[in-house]
Write a protein that binds this ligand. Structure first.
Ligand code: LLP
Length: 381
């Protein structure tokens, strides 16, 4: 985690920059604490994430609040703790933000998330920065939104932000999006509204299957050169990386329960499932799976690695060559991002324990969830 963060920090060395960890990737308190202590701010998308960040030691001013559906209650609480910036996603949100800020007698610092509409044909994995996505204010409406924000009471425009998608392993979309955002900064400032910070959104993709993404420091050297060439190198720069700070740092350890050979398929049934690791079921995502051998190795066969949940969609890996038998342990790799934070209790399965390893030190950072924990908020008739 810290090595991944250091690559971004090297990329921004000598610049005014703030790295806000997108905590949706992994919001466990101890993980947040590591990043808070390393000087990160946080990118949040709910009131729940706000409370977690504060509990982990973050200051309100180091938190930015993204998301298309902030409620009045969430906005009020964020103003109360002096949130650094609201990344506003619609013109309607601007009106509500202004209304709430005026009502509580505070000024809301505002950035508008612009949807850069980067060409999908060249970059098919970009899914949040396209026309037709629910995110951000369309590029051609952005200037209008800035003028409205500048005119509304209780709001102070401080920045601009964008987010083009996740798991991007190509440099080109970042460069394209930067050009589009800088065009807008020029247009907004020409109307007399200063843009103090520029937030380029999420971080790089990670290595799930051997595809190695560009290094964060190398990518940022290129982006900063372009920023300097266009005369924006002196701005406060922000990014909101999530996956790349935690993804490759986590593994999910699971036990083989049964081997189930079949006519068409062999199944390896493990004690982790789609409720623990939802990415394969949700996105047909690939996670490498490694057998953790104890003693002699077993004959290898090809298995679909599946969990105990009662859904055919409950698979973790397909057609994997593994030499295992019941009782062996497997590691599902690159499970640090969007796995525990997306875990559920489906099939009344308790969420896993979490262990943070720091050199030779091992910390239990989350206890295994019990059935009593799961039933705590429920009542019989
Ligand atoms: N900022 C905003 C506004 C975002 O929506 C996201 C991710 C990030 C930052 C962080 O992006 P990253 O650096 O992690 O690429 N559950 C999906 C990923 C959803 C990403 C949503 N937004 C998955 O497991 O692949």
């Amino acid at each position: 985690m810290l090595a991944a963060l250091a690559a971004y920090q090297r990329g921004f060395a000598g610049r005014r920059a703030q790295i806000c960890y997108a905590m949706k990737a992994n919001s466990s308190l101890a993980v947040l604490q590591v990043f808070a202590q390393a000087g990160c701010g946080f990118d949040i998308v709910s009131g729940g994430e706000l409370e977690r960040a504060l509990a982990a030691g973050a200051k309100g001013t180091d938190i930015i609040f993204s998301g298309v559906g902030k409620t009045r209650a969430e906005i009020r609480r964020a103003l109360e703790v002096g949130i650094g910036c609201f990344n506003v996603e619609s013109e309607a949100e601007l009106e509500v933000l202004s209304e709430v800020a005026v009502a509580v007698g505070k000024t809301a610092h505002v950035s508008i998330r612009v949807n850069p509409d980067v060409d999908p044909k060249t970059h098919p994995y970009i899914s949040t920065g396209l026309k037709g996505n629910k995110f951000g204010v369309p590029h051609e409406r952005a200037l209008h939104a800035y003028q409205r924000a500048a005119a509304l009471p209780g709001l102070k425009v401080i920045g601009i932000d964008c987010h083009i998608g996740s798991q991007i392993t190509d440099e080109a979309p970042y460069l394209d999006a930067m050009e589009r955002v800088l065009d807008l900064v020029t247009a907004v400032e020409a109307t007399g509204i200063p843009v103090h910070h520029i937030d380029f959104g999420g971080g790089l993709g990670i290595d799930y299957d051997g595809t190695v993404p560009p290094a964060a420091d190398g990518l940022w050297r290129k982006l900063l050169a372009r920023l300097d060439a266009r005369g924006f190198g002196d701005r406060l720069l922000m990014i909101e990386p999530g996956r790349s700070l935690v993804g490759n740092a986590g593994v999910c350890i699971s036990e083989v329960l049964y081997l189930k050979p079949g006519e068409h398929k062999n199944f390896c049934v493990i004690d982790a499932a789609m409720n623990d690791l939802p990415r394969p079921a949700m996105y047909q995502a690939y996670h490498a799976i490694a057998a953790l051998k104890r003693g002699a190795s077993h004959a290898s066969a090809t298995y679909d690695v599946v969990g105990p949940v009662c859904e055919s969609g409950d698979w973790i890996g397909r057609d994997r060559a593994l030499g295992v038998q019941a009782g062996d342990l497997l590691a599902v790799m690159s499970a640090g991002a969007y796995c525990m934070s997306m875990a559920s209790n489906y099939n009344t399965r308790g969420r896993a324990a979490e262990v943070l390893v720091d050199g030779s030190q091992v910390h239990l950072i989350r206890e295994r969830e019990t059935t009593a924990d799961q039933m705590r908020l429920e009542r019989l008739l």
